[in-house]
Design a binder for this molecule. Structure first.
Ligand code: MEV
Length: 309
């Protein structure tokens, strides 16, 4: 049997970093996907995943999956990936490949896992390889759409709303998310910063909760203002960069309702919320300060499966 599963990448809309510290975030799945094809073969084990930057996510998934579900089949596996997104942009290719691999394996071994079971396994694999992370990217790859998420999957709530009008700009710098998360943790361990960091995370929590309401009402003007406030707090945490700041400022000056970095900071992407009328102007403004516009759309479908006998 041959199974192909594909899972989407993600973009953080609100709440990055705070979600590592028991606060909520809002994340959207994006239209860029990674496809994992798994075929049972007579023996052996081979991975051909040229677009995956770290194949440990696939190896660990196979290992943990076989242990958890006591798979004793003597047959081997041939695993191939295809992707229409670069791991450069910070769209979560590792979490997407993990989710697609678990889903394909669950079909191969006829296990019919629920989304919650896939989440638990995916999150564990993510932590085994990466050591840090809230699991929001795993949830986005599974559930798709927009998800309101609290650390480790304490809450995973799909949000129904209109199409969110985002422009995505890449800063040209690849961010190392685990490193940035660990550096922030070190900074927070310093007692002089701890109190303020806690206040910032609470402010981000309040913003994220208001953003959820505004998002449901498709109140883009208010949502944009909340994005700008979230960006100021991320700047105070020290995770933004000059380039990301310039890109956000340029977007707002050109008429965006709001703009902020998306993800860990230190590089990767920013997002701007824009009306159809202003989209072109905002895209030009971001390009003028050295950003690169990435054409992805939000609220993509979660993991899906194709089976070939
Ligand atoms: C990175 O894209 C988002 C962080 O909040 C890390 C995480 O939640 O795993 C910084």
């Amino acid at each position: 049997m041959k199974v192909i599963a594909s899972a989407p990448g993600k973009l953080m809309i609100f709440g990055e970093h705070a979600v590592v510290y028991q606060r909520p975030c809002l994340v959207t799945a994006v239209s860029s996907r990674i496809e994992v094809e798994i075929e049972e073969i007579n023996s052996g084990f081979s991975i051909n995943a040229p677009q995956v930057k770290d194949v440990r996510f696939i190896e660990e998934t196979i290992k943990v999956f076989k242990e958890r579900y006591k798979i004793s089949s003597a047959k081997g596996l041939l695993i191939k990936t295809k992707s229409d997104f670069s791991s450069l942009y910070g769209f979560g290719s590792s979490s997407a490949v993990t989710v697609a691999t678990i889903t394909a394996l669950s079909k191969i071994y006829d296990l019919n896992l629920t989304k919650e079971e896939i989440f638990k396994l995916g999150y564990q694999i993510n932590l085994n390889v990466q050591k840090v992370g809230s699991g929001f990217d795993i949830a986005a790859a599974i559930f798709g759409g927009i998800v309101y998420f609290v650390t480790g999957g304490q809450v995973i709530e799909p949000i129904k709303t209109k199409k969110i009008p985002l422009v995505v700009g890449y800063s040209g710098v690849k961010a190392d998310t685990p490193k940035i998360v660990q550096e922030l943790k070190k900074k927070i361990d310093n007692k002089f910063f701890k109190k303020r960091a806690d206040e910032i995370f609470d402010e981000i929590k309040n913003l994220t909760q208001s953003a959820k309401e505004k998002l449901i009402k498709a109140d883009w003007l208010s949502l944009g203002l909340l994005m700008n406030k979230n960006q100021s707090l991320l700047t105070e945490l020290g995770v933004s960069t000059k380039k990301l700041d310039y890109m956000c400022q340029a977007a707002i000056k050109a008429g965006a309702w709001g703009a902020k970095l998306s993800g860990a900071g230190g590089g990767d992407c920013m997002i701007a919320l824009v009306s159809d009328e202003k989209r072109k102007l905002v895209e030009e403004a971001i390009t003028q300060v050295g950003g690169q516009i990435i054409n992805v759309s939000a609220q993509a479908e979660g993991v899906r499966v194709k089976i070939k006998i």
